[in-house]
Design a binder for this molecule. Structure first.
Ligand SMILES: *Cc1c(COP(=O)(O)O)cnc(C)c1O
Length: 426
């Protein structure tokens, strides 16, 4: 591995040891500056589009302090559950700054989304009736999630569209716009999401082409004029040091060219372009900081750390032998430039053999007490945490732009674990 493949960190060992005096490991550390700079890049890349909006996918990092940063950078919130709606609302993200892209949705969630004035993105044609009957009628603005089925190729994580549970088929989509128009909806949006963790920009360019063409067809065939198209989320991040981030500027330009080629000549300008990314917004700017507490030498060599899969599920969930999925880069603090000459499995304490942050990873020799930083945990990291095996979720800390550290979620305690149990009737 060459030196320019070293993944950079916004802190060094000395700073982390200082932080550890106040907050024991493991903890997540988010980099405010990185998140803001990246948010500005995305907005600038689509700056040509009047009304462009990124709706940050709350599920990626459902923390009010992170959502507040997103809001300050002009983002909305993409929600898919009642708690996510409340979280957005409590940060002051309301009205059409909320995209409610849910599926298999209970009626109470539609009611709350309507109350908040959120954009309701329906996942199925039967939900038109469902919202009418259970949420007091259709909202004025309605959006539908399109599933192109065999017309599009999916990617590894999200699977092929025709196998995906989401969205309406093409004939259903046309029927849905026609009937919601009759039922009183006056403004319309169109959404799709066919990729997850995708670094190839062609996926998103193809999605824009597909949605722009549909916008033209809907106008011609039904006289439905869309307010916006939502390209979904799914922009990937370079988990591997040898991967390159997707070029947001080039993507923005490619979508602009399609817009000029298809939307303007059809007389459909202005049409707003939305996205709802999670991973690429915060992913690279969150780090799981953990300490080596054991080493073990049996048939293999192990480093045991004080974090486990309950703190970061991705490696255990996505790892497949021989494939590149589930990789999270690890830096041993203070040994950034030491030769990576020992092969180890980095493991947690769960009674599950897939509780491994790394398998056969070449690292500098790790000593007990060394601090390991697991990269790219800023999205779908802490939020996928769980309490299986009596493991408690760790704290989330925010490294502010001024260099100070703020705790934005405390670590769970045993009391949290027992809070849902009533021993008095035992
Ligand atoms: C998960 C999800 C997103 C965000 O996906 P990322 O991979 O984090 O960008 C956006 N929209 C919907 C509907 C989702 O389910």
């Amino acid at each position: 591995m060459t030196i320019d493949n070293v993944k950079k960190l916004p802190f060094d060992e000395a700073r982390v040891r200082e932080i550890m005096r106040d907050y024991p490991t493991p903890f997540y550390l988010y980099d405010e500056r990185g998140i803001r700079q990246n948010a500005r890049r995305l907005n600038a890349a689509f700056g040509w589009c009047d009304g462009f909006k990124e709706y940050f996918a709350v599920k990626a990092t459902p923390n009010p302090y992170i959502l507040k940063i997103a809001k300050e950078e002009g983002f909305g919130a993409d929600c898919s559950s009642l708690p996510e709606l409340e979280l957005a609302a409590r940060v002051g993200i309301t009205g059409e700054n909320i995209m409610f892209t849910s599926n298999d949705t209970p009626s109470a969630e539609y009611r709350r989304a309507k109350e908040l004035g959120a954009i309701i993105n329906l996942d199925d044609i039967t939900h038109l009736r469902y919202v009418e009957e259970h949420a007091g009628g259709l909202p004025e603005l309605i959006c539908f999630r399109y599933n192109p089925g065999p017309l599009r190729r999916g990617n590894a994580i999200i699977g092929h569209p025709e196998e995906a549970k989401y969205g309406l088929t093409r004939p259903q989509l046309f029927e849905a716009y026609a009937s919601s128009g009759k039922k009183g909806s006056k403004r319309f949006g169109l959404h799709t999401m066919v990729a997850s963790n995708e670094l190839n920009p062609e996926f998103f360019i193809e999605t824009a082409r597909m949605l722009f063409d549909l916008a033209v067809e809907l106008a011609e065939k039904l006289g439905v004029r869309l307010d916006f198209v939502n390209l979904g989320g799914g922009i990937g991040i370079p988990y591997w040091p040898d991967e390159k981030p997707l070029n947001l500027e080039a993507l923005g330009q490619a979508v602009k060219e399609l817009y000029d080629e298809r939307i303007r000549p059809a007389g459909l300008h202005p049409l707003r372009v939305y996205m709802e990314n999670g991973r690429c917004i915060t992913g690279p700017y969150g780090f799981l900081v953990t300490r080596a507490i054991h080493e073990k030498h049996t048939y293999k060599d192990y480093v045991g750390v004080d974090a486990c899969m309950a703190n970061l599920m991705r490696p255990g969930m996505y790892y497949q032998e021989g494939k590149r999925s589930g990789y999270h880069h690890i830096t041993v603090l203070g040994k950034e430039h030491a030769p990576a000459d020992t092969k180890v499995d980095v493991v947690g304490s769960l009674c599950e053999n897939n509780d491994k942050f790394a398998i056969d990873r070449m690292l500098p020799k790790v000593e007990i007490g060394d601090i390991l930083v697991i990269h790219d945990g800023g999205a779908h990291g802490h939020s996928m945490g769980f309490q299986y095996n009596g493991k408690l979720r760790c704290a989330e800390l925010l490294l502010r732009e001024d260099g100070k550290v703020q705790q934005i979620r405390r670590a769970e305690t045993m009391d949290d674990y027992f809070a849902t149990l009533d021993f008095s009737k035992l």
